[in-house]
Design a protein around this ligand. Structure first.
Ligand code: ZN
Length: 119
């Protein structure tokens, strides 16, 4: 008989989103990032669970998309985050939106990536 559950195992999923949003940064040094500007942010949300929910999922991909997009897409991130909206702080903030989330990658632009991971 095949068992769908097992002990000492973990299920992992990831969801990639692209979000258009603006921000400006409060920095201790002169930078053009202090001016309001926008990015197409690529955000990858990683979730895990020891047991699947009643629907057989870690968390529905669509729910991740809705939860994050509804708050960040076409927003001014300075008005959403309670702190300086750097890629690092955005990654932590996104992680805090979903209880199953343990890691978030935020790519601000090609080649520039921040990762937040809970230990
Ligand atoms: Zn920026």
């Amino acid at each position: 008989m095949y068992l769908c559950t097992n002990f000492h195992t973990m299920y992992y999923i990831s969801k990639r989103l692209v979000i258009s949003a603006s921000h400006h940064l409060e920095l201790s040094y002169p930078s053009k990032c202090s001016q309001l500007h926008g990015h197409n942010w690529t955000i990858t949300v990683y979730c895990k669970a020891k047991e699947l929910n009643a629907d057989g999922m870690v968390v529905d991909f669509k729910l991740i998309k809705q939860r994050i997009e509804s708050q960040l897409d076409h927003a001014n991130l300075n008005e959403v985050l309670p702190c300086n909206p750097t890629a690092e702080n955005i990654a932590k903030w996104v992680c805090d939106q979903l209880p199953e989330c343990y890691r978030v990658d935020v790519q601000e632009s090609e080649g520039n990536m921040a990762t937040y991971e809970e230990e």
